[in-house]
Design a binder for this molecule. Structure first.
Ligand code: AMP
Ligand code: MG
Length: 415
């Protein structure tokens, strides 16, 4: 059976960034920028005051000066400032011609409407003002492709008038839960039925991974219905099916996918939980769809999503194939590990000194005194999603059986 690392490599080979798209700035938050942005404007656009105060000629030493006019942000001064005069400005207002400094109101005393006394008469040139282009000049590079557009970058793009921006679009990810036994969360299961917990769980996981989830109606274990719904799912960039990929009589998903032209890349991974995982690609001239057949048991579904689908969604969105970092931690109790398949065991991580690294990277620490502690949680296997609620991590163990004593260093993935 395929090892986890081999399966990951195969997924990575197929997970290519989507073609960039131009979107309105308001739709660009948290997406990856796909262009180099240069500014077509200066920032600020004009010399402006940073305080409420008087625009003055900085070399003017007169204590009493004539007030020429009063200008608020959004208005434009008309009279040039000369020695012996000053213009009252509100924060953000443009400086009048001739002025090269601002003296704050707190440093002045009004004499009457047209005259003011200055307590400060030796401002440095440029005091309390921002000169045109001081932050950014026309033609200057502002943002590089590949960065994630945080609120700050969105603000900068708005400031320079870059209202439509080229980004890696959010991948559309369709979710298709399969199984005759499934009813929706707001329905009451009758005998033999259960609620579809994977659909909503995966939709939430997709959103967290930077994808746009599209939940399809549940497919019965029926070839015709399955094919119809899979066809709809193949309009997305990624299709996540869950259930129907094991070896049971009603596990119709692999055949249905093959009939619809989805090429299998692998089926079954040496992983616990998650062995039945299916992965394939539907290629056409214009585009390709990645298809994951996740096992139906909720914990298996979740683990396979985190390990395989999450990095793929990140890669399609232009963030690179982001394999979850592993943390080194000390087991807080003895544990007899039965080995066989690589395992992801629900666990609770606590304590300081959490360091992350990629799988296979050596642990760079020499002193391990500050490593976090990790405790494996009791659980009833891959159907027991409730046990995962107390978990904030998965302990990753390999194929070898081991007697692990308290204090042993293990690799942990945060969830
Ligand atoms: P399957 O992979 O279809 O054989 O399903 C394995 C187990 O997972 C069965 O006990 C199913 O009832 C359960 N299961 C399948 N799909 C879901 C789902 N969407 N939500 C919750 N449990 C599910
Ligand atoms: Mg099933």
């Amino acid at each position: 059976m395929l090892a986890v690392e081999e399966a990951l490599q195969l997924v990575e080979q197929h997970a290519r960034p989507l073609a960039p798209q131009r979107v309105a700035l308001n739709d660009a938050a948290e997406l990856v920028l796909a262009e180099e942005v240069t500014s077509s404007v200066n920032s600020p656009l004009y010399d402006k005051t940073l305080m409420d105060g008087y625009a003055v000629v900085s070399s003017d030493r007169a204590e009493v000066r004539e007030v020429l006019e009063e200008i608020g942000a959004g208005s434009v001064p008309r009279r040039p400032v000369t020695p012996g005069t000053a213009t009252r400005l509100m924060t953000g207002a443009p400086l009048p011609e001739g002025a090269d400094a601002v003296i704050a109101f707190e440093q002045t005393e009004p004499i009457d409407d047209r005259t003011v006394r200055f307590l400060q008469t030796d401002p440095a040139p440029g005091q309390h003002m921002l000169a045109v282009g001081a932050a950014l000049r026309i033609g200057q590079r502002v943002l590089e492709p590949g960065i994630v557009l945080r609120p700050i970058e969105i603000g900068i793009l708005a400031e320079i008038g870059h209202a439509v921006v080229s980004v890696q679009p959010r991948p559309n990810v369709a979710v298709l839960a399969t199984g005759n036994e499934l009813v929706a969360a707001n329905e009451k299961p009758s005998a033999g039925q259960i609620r579809n917990s994977n659909g909503p769980m995966l939709a939430a996981a997709i959103a967290r991974a930077g994808g746009a989830a599209i939940e399809l109606p549940v497919a019965r274990d029926d070839r015709h219905e399955l094919r119809q719904l899979i066809s709809r799912g193949l309009d997305a960039d990624v299709l996540l099916l869950c259930g129907g990929v094991s070896a049971g009589k009603f596990d119709l998903v692999p055949d249905a996918l093959a009939e619809l032209g989805v090429d299998q890349v692998f089926h079954k991974v040496a992983l616990r939980p998650g062995k039945p995982l299916w992965f394939g690609v539907k290629k056409s001239d214009q585009r390709q769809v990645l298809v994951f057949g996740l096992p139906g048991n909720p914990v298996s579904s979740f683990v396979c999503f985190e390990l395989f689908a999450r990095p793929a969604i990140a890669a399609l969105g232009g963030r690179g194939f982001m394999v979850p970092p592993l943390v080194a931690a000390r087991l807080s109790h003895d544990f007899q590990y039965k080995g066989g398949r690589a395992s992801c065991l629900p666990a609770r991580l606590s304590g300081t000194g959490i360091r992350s690294r990629r799988p296979g990277e050596p642990d760079g620490s020499s002193s391990n005194g500050d490593l976090p502690r990790v405790e494996l949680l009791p659980w009833h296997g891959s159907a027991d999603l409730v046990a995962l609620e107390q978990a904030n991590a998965l302990v990753r163990l390999g194929t070898e059986p081991q007697r692990l004593s308290a204090g042993t260093l293990v690799e942990v993935q945060c969830i």
